[in-house]
Write a protein that binds this ligand. Sequence first.
Ligand code: FE2
Length: 332
Amino acid sequence: MNLENRLIRYADLKPCTNAFIDTRSPGSDKKENFTLIGPGVAENPNQHVHISIPHGFNIGGARQPAGCLNSQHSHLTEEVFVIHQGTWAFLSGVNADDGKIVLTEGDIISIPMDIFRGFENVGEELGYLHAVLGGDDPGRVLWAPQVFDLAKKYGLILLEDGSLVDSTLGETVPEGKKQMPVTSAQQIAEHRVVNSEAMEDIVQRSNTFAWAKNSCLAKFDGIEEVALVGPPNAAEDLPAAPLDRLHGFVVRGLRLHPNAAIPAHIRYEEEVIFVHQGQLEIDVDGETLVLGKGDTFTTPIEANRSFKQVGDDECILYVTRRNDTPKAPKFI
Ligand SMILES: [Fe+2]
């Protein structure tokens, strides 16, 4: 097996800078969108998909310079963000004025489908969000009405099939295709109003993570694990995560102190490893890779895997697995 085909190095990420309808709108025109494990929700069919193997969820990324905004929208499936780099404000409400919460590196937010959301890099540096969207096909984005107006002003038209027409390139709406109707008052009314205080219920700050020492992985020296998204799961010896709604996937945090290792085991679901901090040496069926900060790797189902912390820093991983209650790992 060629493990490189299942690895996306942070340095090799291929962005799409015109994935969405708000791509020309001032304040949003510098955002880069990534589809790591596809197909994502991009409105540009030319969006590069790094790995197209179906996982039951999508892995994406958003990179934005300071001050850059991703416009208000909602989705048909769950949307989870891990703050990998920078300081970000998440804004709720169709007009971005219902609520606001500011998150920093390592924090996680899971935004229910019935909340309009947008997010802005409010730090001084370039910021990066690691994203998980539910389902193999997360469907289309529902944009707030003002996003359509701004896009039109800058020459972009969204079609019903989710694609974009760029009138500044001389493109016109193709025969037989229809423009996406502007989001209606009724569609807006199907969303909840969530204030800043209530937004605390959909986040987990990394300085309050309940790192456990007694999960099936954390029983090894120098390993801690925390349930971040998902219901209780006896098979993993993990309690309910604070974000315990059913997502169709779970997210776990894994911390490996210097020289800590997790011996060879098998899993029965897709397992995507995102390296938030440090370096991880991973052995899969006898092949070895070293993952660094910002790298993403998807481990083949039923492959024999072992992990080891390498390098100077302790290693912090965010791991996404298919299903609400994944099976226990089988140690070899
Ligand atoms: Fe989104």
